[in-house]
Write a protein that binds this ligand. Structure first.
Ligand code: HEC
Ligand code: HEC
Length: 195
């Protein structure tokens, strides 16, 4: 009698604990592998690895798949992304989208950043809302992103190595036609200035 009672208690306890605990440690454990480059819980300490804390779920999943297929250029992420199944990627997407980004203080040119803020409003805000902070626009974190990463990734877009939305391409062309090369620099200064 006493033994059956024990077994019942254990089974009952497991059925309560498992569904809850079964998910969390796995997500944290998966995410732990990324911490060396993307920082604890996705807030990178730079310079070439972007912060992925607070990233949109959809954009995270899309990015990982694009790395796997080679659709998105990568120095390192293709090899890393290839190590994960679709289910694991979804789990990590849940995890990183729930984290809060810690924006680093980066040295920036205040005047250029101010010009960049105005350029952003006119050319980029449509899809990178709230100065590039709003995750639900599914377009990556711009506000408080690392300078080196922003430079590389903009180069990838402009050289055609990384595919972009047709409308974003038009806006980038228009931006450069209207304001020249200094415009991109101003935008970078604006994004890194954001706290
Ligand atoms: C050795 C360093 C390193 C590790 C480890 C690493 N990453 Fe990355 N990650 C990068 C770099 C660098 C980039 C920029 C693309 C590139 O050059 O490969 C990047 C880009 C990304 C992006 C794109 C973010 C954006 O804003 O578009 C995502 C998402 C990402 N990594 C997720 C992960 C996940 C999830 C893991 C762990 C499973 C991970 N990374 C492990 C270095 C790393
Ligand atoms: C029509 C919508 C649209 C407009 C306008 C737009 N973007 Fe984007 N942007 C996107 C989308 C969508 C992505 C995600 C691309 C992907 O899926 O790889 C993106 C991604 C980016 C990224 C990469 C983020 C990352 O984490 O790697 C940068 C940088 C960027 N945009 C800069 C700009 C700038 C600067 C402007 C203004 C000149 C701009 N965008 C205008 C839609 C837009």
């Amino acid at each position: 009698m006493r033994l059956t009672g024990w077994v019942a208690v254990v089974i009952l306890a497991q059925s309560f604990i498992n569904p809850a605990l079964g998910e969390l440690p796995e997500a944290t454990m998966l995410a732990y592998t990324c911490a060396g480059c993307h920082g604890t819980n996705g807030s990178s300490v730079g310079p070439a690895s972007p912060s992925i804390a607070g990233i949109s779920r959809e954009y995270f999943i899309e990015s990982m798949h694009a790395y796997q297929t080679g659709n998105r250029p990568a120095t390192i992420m293709q090899r890393i992304a290839n190590g994960y199944s679709a289910a694991e990627i979804e789990r990590m997407a849940d995890f990183f989208s729930r984290q809060t980004i810690m924006r680093p203080r980066q040295t920036h040119d205040v005047e250029k950043a101010d010009f960049g803020r105005r350029l952003h409003k006119k050319y980029c805000e449509l899809c990178h809302e709230d100065g590039g902070r709003y995750p639900e626009d599914d377009a990556g974190v711009l506000a408080g992103q690392w300078e080196t990463y922003l430079r590389y990734t903009l180069q990838d877009f402009l050289s055609g190595q990384r595919e972009m939305d047709k409308k974003m391409e038009q806006r980038l062309d228009q931006l450069q036609a209207d304001h020249g090369e200094q415009a991109l620099e101003a935008l970078i200064q604006y994004y890194i200035s954001e706290q």
